[in-house]
Every structure is written in C-alpha cells, then in structure tokens.
Design a protein around this ligand. Structure first.
Ligand code: DC
Length: 235
C-alpha cells in the first residue's frame, strides 16, 4: 500500500529517456527496463517503421495526410527476447534490421516532423506503454508521458555520438561505413531537423534530469539512473 492505494491501483511506472541520436538511449533503456522488470518502448522504431511502410507502398515522406492514414492500423508490435533484445514486428514480418538503414533513419526524421503523424502516433505510444515501461525517444517527457514517474535527458558530445553510431554499424557487419566526420555531419543534420521542427521537437522537459554520457560506459549510466530512481521511487 503506497499513498493510500493498493499496488493494483497504483498508476503504472513510466521511466522516460529522451535525447539526441547516438546518446546511448537504446542501450540504456533496454538494460534499465530489464533491471526494473518493465518493458522497453522504443518510439523511434515506430517512426522508422512508418518510414519503411511508406517507402514500400509509395507514400511520400512529405505527404502528411497520406502518412497519417498509414498510421491508422499500422500493425506494429514489439517482442522482447530472453536476452533483453527487442524485435520489431510489422504484422508477422521482423523488420528490426530493415528499419536501421541510413535511408530509413533519414526517412524517420522526415516523417516524424509532421504534426498529423505525431497526433496519430500519440495514442499508439501511450497504449503500448500503458502497463508501465521505460520509454525512449525525443518527446517522451514533454508530450507523450508528461506525468512519467522519472524523466531523464541523456546526451553526449557530437563526436562521441558519431563514433558510437559508426561502431554500431561496424558491429552489425555493415561494410560501407562512412568516416566518423561523415557520420557526425549526418547526425548533426538530423538533430537540427529534430530540434527545430514545430511539432514536439527534441527538448529536455523542465523536470528531467540531464545526464552527459560522453565519458560514461552504458553500465555506469544505468547504475547512476537506478540510484536516482531508488532515491525517489515515486518520482
Ligand atoms: O531514436 P531513433 O534514432 O530511432 O529515432 C528515429 C527518428 O524518429 C529520429 O530522427 C527522430 C524521430 N523520433 C521522434 O521524432 N520522436 C520520438 N519520440 C522518437 C523518434
């Protein structure tokens, strides 16, 4: 019993992690979710899947109304594997790899800038996180889960973020990986678009704790966040 409510009556625990590309959000959110026994909600994967579907069916990434229609009934699901990794399913198709290409990264940034798209996907994200989650994205603390139990804004220097993104691609066996400087330019372009758009730009919520991960290993970041969460379990 907490605050006069039984455990069953407590609002679900939602931890949000916002921040720019390559800050380490996904790794941190995945590990944190495992440690807290919550599911992870990778909202970037939803925008990526929309960009993939649009390119397959021939809807332009600039066509806000067409994209909004595609959002309705987008058959996206997440499946968590035993090791904590997550698969993104479109119907029965595993699109986890297909949504990680540079082309779809750029497309996700373009489709996510449309207000109509964000409005359609708001309810989808809230429904997916309704039972409690560690949600990562750009506007989790500001728009999607403004009443989250804990809010974090995770960032790192552009050079560190570019190096991490490049290493991720090398680890995936990508043979055509550009230089760190080129990856950095692409990341900065995407950050600029994500932060300056009208609709729910990338922004730190007033009540979020900012964590610079430039000089921290992912495990150290997770330990740090867990310490903060345990120090104030009700948020
Ligand atoms: O986190 P990511 O790299 O998978 O996100 C892909 C794109 O989706 C990114 O350019 C910004 C956008 N995005 C967003 O606008 N809002 C979110 N909550 C998550 C991602």
């Amino acid at each position: 019993m907490r605050g006069g409510l039984t455990d069953a009556e407590q609002p679900a625990r939602v931890v949000v992690i916002d921040g720019p590309a390559g800050a380490g959000k996904s790794t941190i959110a995945r590990t944190l979710a495992q440690r807290l026994g919550l599911t992870m909600l990778d909202t970037g994967a939803i925008y990526r899947t929309l960009a993939l579907v649009a390119s397959r069916v021939g809807v332009s990434w600039d066509d806000a109304a067409g994209l909004a229609t595609l959002c309705r009934g987008l058959p996206i699901r997440f499946e968590t594997l035993a090791d904590g990794a997550q698969r993104v399913l479109l119907g029965d198709e595993d699109v986890s790899e297909a949504i990680r290409t540079p082309q779809i990264s750029a497309g996700a940034s373009v489709v996510s800038a449309h207000t109509a798209v964000r409005e359609e996907l708001l309810a989808v994200q809230r429904a997916l996180g309704a039972q409690g989650c560690v949600a990562e994205g750009r506007d989790m603390g500001t728009v999607v889960f403004p009443d989250a139990t804990h809010k974090f804004f995770v960032t790192a220097s552009p050079q560190v973020r570019a190096t991490r993104r490049r290493d991720e691609r090398l680890a995936r066996g990508d043979r055509d990986v550009p230089s760190v400087d080129d990856v950095r330019r692409a990341i900065e372009e995407r950050d600029m678009r994500d932060s300056t758009r009208q609709a729910s730009p990338l922004a730190q919520a007033d009540d979020a704790v900012r964590v610079d991960t430039s000089n921290m290993a992912p495990d150290a970041v997770v330990d740090h966040l867990l310490t903060l969460i345990e120090a104030a379990p009700e948020g």
